[in-house]
Design a protein around this ligand. Structure first.
Ligand code: AMP
Length: 506
């Protein structure tokens, strides 16, 4: 029984000390080095007296982030990555929710952090790693003592997602959930030390959990794919070939770009790629069929799930042909996970009736950090079990079963969207726009067909002006792609903005 994910790292480092664990463009670490460096960070955190406290990791995406994550885990603290490109006001909101014990960063990036509302402590990574090879028995004993105090329901990380009121929600996940999920991933897809992942997911996005922990558990290697390659499909495929990457777990948006530009014509991956897994948004069969045509022997799997259930809770391993216009199933529940599809009366749906997908199981988040109100809305008592306390997570996703008993994703029941792989609450954009002095009324809709965020306002402002003004409030991927100005916003019988009428403008 494991109470902490770092026991995997101990085992793998003992078995394969010199094998590369993670590599980015500038640095790579073996399992032995990863363990030593992570424990140097852990020791520093323990020496400062932190236990079960939030540790912010503010670093460029790369190997050092993973060293810091593992350092937090070894010391029984929990990590929360903050993207170095995130707008300042959003960082401040996250810091307010999290109230971190310490921020792990570099001496250089510490200067950048100075612009945020944070008066707390820093841990400078290069200082913590200096001389870390001379780790002594005294250090080992302290780390072991700290780790033994922790249990598997202690938090491992907090990932922040878009929040409709403008305040990001911190999804908490414990060690046990990640252990459960990783066991499923590695057993189902038979991941071993022979495998190599090509990581696409940012580390603040839950898809990265699969790459990180499958690697640590099995001794596989993860290459962190340079971000700019995702805009250059031929170079991207060449990179996969050069690094002998045989497994990718990407958002559909990344796979779609490759399919659209038919990059396979230039690079033959048939001897390299074995598994193409994806999750995070709808994968259209039209583009998947291009992948399948060029790489017919690859295993393809559609994973589904929100951050709140540790990355994924259902899966479908593609086992038959699909026409371009058919929906791809999201499949069935993973083992040790139960899916309830509930109708408006909170009863299980019958036949092909649609309902909200709700999840029960070890993978469930423990709630939103420091946000009991939002936690109570989404994590509720299982209506089918009146006898003992048992939480389910209401995903807000509408699904139905098809004739094979497979789940089909239909739509959302709220204003959360997926745009280029990013989860966005339209309300967060509306809150940012409303904060502008010149705006009296605004509303955001998503044009699914053209994949555009459309902003409606009353009045006469330019899109460039609005986007410039809100760029310090929301990340770049949330900036509206289209602006529609109206003399008057349509209002429905309840006195609310009439979104149905606005949809006619799309
Ligand atoms: P995130 O928390 O960023 O992983 O986003 C979770 C949301 O993404 C889910 O609630 C769904 O709306 C959507 N999603 C995730 N995986 C899939 C999938 N395979 N097919 C369709 N939508 C998905």
């Amino acid at each position: 029984m494991k109470a902490n994910v770092t026991y995997w790292l101990d085992e793998t480092a003992a078995r394969l000390p010199d094998k590369t664990a993670f590599a980015d463009e500038k640095k790579q670490v073996t399992f032995g080095q990863l363990r030593t460096q992570a424990r140097a960070v852990a020791y520093e955190l323990i020496e400062r007296g932190y236990f079960k406290r939030p540790v912010v990791v503010f670093l460029e995406k790369g190997v050092d982030v993973l060293v810091s994550f593992m350092g937090a885990a070894y010391s029984c603290n929990f990590y929360s990555p903050i993207d170095v490109d995130m707008p300042g006001s959003r960082v401040n909101k996250i810091l307010e929710v999290l109230d971190p014990a310490v921020v792990i960063t570099t001496a250089e990036l510490k200067g950048v952090f100075a612009q945020y509302a944070y008066q707390g402590e820093f841990l400078i990574l290069e200082d913590a790693l200096a001389g870390c090879d001379q780790e002594g028995t005294a250090r080992d004993e302290k780390i072991e003592a700290a780790r033994r105090k922790g249990i598997d329901t202690d938090l491992l990380y907090v990932l922040f997602t878009s929040g409709s009121t403008g305040v990001p929600k911190g999804v908490t996940i414990n060690h046990r959930s990640v252990i459960d999920y990783t066991d499923w991933v590695t057993e189902t897809f038979q991941i071993t030390e022979q495998d190599s992942f090509g990581n696409q997911a940012p580390f603040y996005f839950d898809n990265s959990i699969l790459d990180i922990y499958s690697t640590i558990k099995t001794g596989a290697t993860t290459y962190i794919v340079p971000k700019n390659l995702f805009a250059q499909p031929v170079l991207l495929l060449e990179y996969l070939k050069e690094k002998k990457i045989n497994t990718i777990f990407w958002v559909p948006s990344a796979l779609i770009v490759v399919a659209k530009l038919k990059a396979f014509k230039n690079v033959d991956l048939s001897d390299t790629l074995r598994r193409v897994l994806f999750c995070g948004e709808v994968m259209p069969n039209k583009q998947l069929n291009v992948w399948r045509k060029f790489l017919p022997d690859v295993l393809y799997a559609n994973l589904y799930g929100p951050t709140e259930i540790t990355d994924a809770c259902t899966y479908y391993i593609i086992d038959r042909e699909f026409a371009d216009e058919e929906p791809l199933p999201i499949g069935k529940a993973m083992p040790n996970t139960d899916i309830l599809v509930l109708n408006d009366k909170n009863e299980p749906v019958a036949g092909e009736e649609s309902g909200e997908l709700c999840v029960r199981g070890t993978s469930l988040s423990m709630g939103y950090y420091n946000n009991p109100e939002k936690t109570r809305e989404a994590f509720v008592q299982n209506p089918l079990n009146p006898c003992v306390p048992e939480l389910i997570y209401r995903t807000g996703d509408i699904v139905k079963y098809n004739e094979y008993g497979e789940l089909i994703y239909l739509s959302r029941k709220d204003f959360q969207i997926k745009h280029m792989g990013h989860r966005i609450e339209l309300g967060e954009i509306e809150t940012a726009v409303s904060s502008l002095e010149e705006i009296s009324l605004c509303c955001c809709l998503y044009d699914e067909r053209r994949q555009k965020i459309v902003l409606f306002i009353e009045g006469e402002l330019e899109k460039a002006y609005i986007n410039e003004k809100i760029s310090h409030l929301v990340p770049e991927y949330m900036l509206p792609n289209k602006l529609i100005t109206l003399e008057q916003m349509p209002i429905n019988a309840n006195g609310k903005i009439d979104r149905v009428k606005l949809k006619e403008h799309l």
